[in-house]
Design a protein around this ligand. Sequence first.
Ligand code: HEM
Length: 294
Amino acid sequence: MKYWFPTNKKKIKEFHQYFQAYDEDFEYGSQLPECLLRNWSKSKKWFLELFEKNIPDIKACKSAKDNSMTLLQATLDIVETETSKENSPNYGLLLLWASLSNAVPVAFWTLAYVLSHPDIHKAVMEGISSVFGKAGKDKIKVSEDDLEKLLLIKWCVLETIRLKAPGVITRKVVKPVEILNYIIPSGDLLMLSPFWLHRNPKYFPEPELFKPERWKKANLEKHSFLDCFMAFGSGKFQCPGRWFALLEVQMCVILILYKYDCSLLDPLPKQSSLHLVGVPQPEGQCRIEYKQRV
Ligand code: HEM
């Protein structure tokens, strides 16, 4: 079975370079005419061609164990039945960008917040040791049961997402709507800022503080977040990767902290003001010292 993701060094480098160019200008590229951003447009074309060429293989790839589908296969299925086959490469690229560009900075910020709060760091490490043992030498598998026992880590990820939520979510109005007695005409662009909403003390007391315990009140078992938590958007176009994102960031944090004793060498960095769409990146360096746990 052919596997579409590049495996040799040269191809991986090429993939990385195009992804960097695409990610760097995504903010502007997704809003401005493509002719104004030649590099962005070139990288987008490269990815669309890559998806176009590989979609038959991606769809044909079968799980070795059972009949389960990958997230990408399920997404392509929906896109093709609900819209048209022509949209598949675009949706594939959207999935690739949305998954990497948000979850990776969330993993970074979660680690940075945990490490910069000694009491929380201590409690997280006690949790990890109680589930997986004290030394970080063995290879571990993280099961759903383990994650349930490590609820504090889930709260840390959610609290990080609250504080580092996307700056804006935009929607073009397609037909006039009435909101709070105002008529919004079609063609207007509506903007909502999860970042600022999450800093409203009415909904999140002491909003600037990293307080994972505020998530105790959320009914996560019933898949609901705290009121006015909007990092994943809402309604029909809400992020379809939200539960997957939580899962992968929790696992990443657990695996790193199980294996290594980590400490921050730099203060928690500011966030870059260049990113409004998606999770903000750190501005400047933030070095982490790590050594294997024994
Ligand atoms: C913590 C990490 C993440 C955050 C904060 C986030 C946030 C968002 C937001 C705000 C939107 C726009 C929602 C709207 O327009 O109403 C979105 C859309 C989307 N996200 Fe995520 N996301 C994250 C991770 C992921 C992951 C891991 C995946 C895939 C595995 C993913 C896939 C998508 C896709 C495909 C869309 C477009 C949905 C559509 O337009 O129909 N996201 N995400």
